[in-house]
Design a binder for this molecule. Structure first.
Ligand code: ATP
Ligand code: MG
Length: 328
């Protein structure tokens, strides 16, 4: 049994990219491993958040975890800010990471591009993410392809700590899906689908209504030509839609291709709309039920309590190894 940790930021409406790239794997892993699934609200504030929507979205992400099939009796579901050790180990990791390492991060480059003023938190984001993972001595981190670079830093920091202060941390491995690790924007297949993209048509939200889903898919940009062929370099847009189809219908890319042989984009998109609606509708129904009962608050309280036990123990060990004087 491994220790698994991952999180999603309450920074917008969760997308099909978050579902396919991350949540679907959370659900799979919970049966075999000791799992921690967080709502990473401390990460979300690395870009400005409106307080009332941050609060609502934090609850919403947790409810979506449960609605998607994460069982709070099997996995710990909690808010990052409910476990103060994250911020503390985050600071420690900030002192171990080098500026040059952070400067190479594409997420920082993408998110700071064209902005007049960028908070330092966005720059040191990978240090906090390393802390999130190492605080539970996790071995496996299910993430989308875009987080690979941050996981590499985490591995380097774990090794650096072990080298300087003596063996302590596991070196965590990424767990990245083969299909759907990088779902692209519907309006631009050169960018990944992101919940913080202000263009609503660029993403399908997990909570979009069936009509919104159908409309967004029918308007998605498609490559020239008309054949439904999987070829990400020559046909990035249709290939992206095919990955979505494959993941939502539970069929291989090969099957998608043969199913639409000789058919045009229009027919494919129409069926894709129905496939996505069918994948999300039951989850949405459960989500609305969960939000109504208010049970999520109890789930989060229990999750935070469990998480804190492990986190406090690991952090104590870190501080001891580094030479912090323990309180009497
Ligand atoms: P933001 O724009 O605020 O960064 P995001 O959509 O990138 O939002 P995150 O909270 O940063 O979402 O990431 C949560 C998880 O979802 C991570 O594991 C990340 O790798 C994964 N993920 C995000 N976008 C995609 C995508 N387009 N395809 C596959 N996985 C994704
Ligand atoms: Mg992101």
């Amino acid at each position: 049994m491994k220790t698994v940790l991952s999180g999603i930021q309450p920074s917008g409406n969760l997308t099909l990219g978050n579902y396919i790239g991350a949540i679907k794997n959370f659900v799979k892993l919970q049966n075999e491993h000791d799992c921690y699934f967080m709502v990473v609200d401390l990460h979300a504030i690395t870009v400005p958040q409106e307080p009332s929507s941050l609060r609502d979205r934090s609850e919403s992400v947790a409810a979506l975890y449960v609605a998607a099939g994460i069982d709070p009796n099997r996995a710990n579901i909690f808010l990052q800010s409910h476990v103060p050790q994250h911020a503390e180990l985050g600071w420690i990791m900030t002192t171990l990471v080098n500026m040059g390492e952070l400067e190479r991060m594409t997420q920082f480059k993408d998110k700071s591009e064209g902005k007049d003023s960028v908070g330092a938190g966005l720059f040191v984001y990978p240090a906090l993410m390393a802390a999130d993972i190492l605080l539970y001595n996790a071995n496996l981190v299910p993430v989308g392809d875009d987080q690979k670079q941050h996981l590499e830093i985490t591995r380097d920091l774990a090794a650096r700590f072990n080298h300087r202060f003596g063996p302590y941390f596991n070196i965590p491995e990424p767990f990245i899906p083969e299909v759907g690790a990088r779902i692209m924007s519907l309006d631009d297949a050169s960018k990944k689908m992101s919940k913080s993209n202000p263009v609503e048509g660029s993403y399908i939200a997990m909570l979009d209504t069936p009509d919104q889903i159908r409309k967004k898919i029918s308007r998605a940009t498609t490559d020239s030509g008309a054949e439904v062929v999987y070829d990400p370099s020559a046909k990035p847009e249709v290939s992206n839609l095919m990955s979505i189809y494959s993941e939502c219908a539970g069929v291989t890319l090969q099957e998608v291709q043969s199913r639409f042989e000789g058919k045009m984009y229009g027919a494919f998109k129409k069926e894709l709309g129905e496939v996505v609606v069918a994948a999300l509708e039951p989850l949405q129904n459960r989500y609305h039920e969960i939000r109504q009962t208010g049970e999520i608050h109890d789930i989060l309280a229990k999750g935070a309590e469990q998480a804190q036990k492990t986190a406090a123990q690991i952090l104590d060990g870190v501080k001891d190894k580094m030479g912090f004087l323990a309180p009497k």
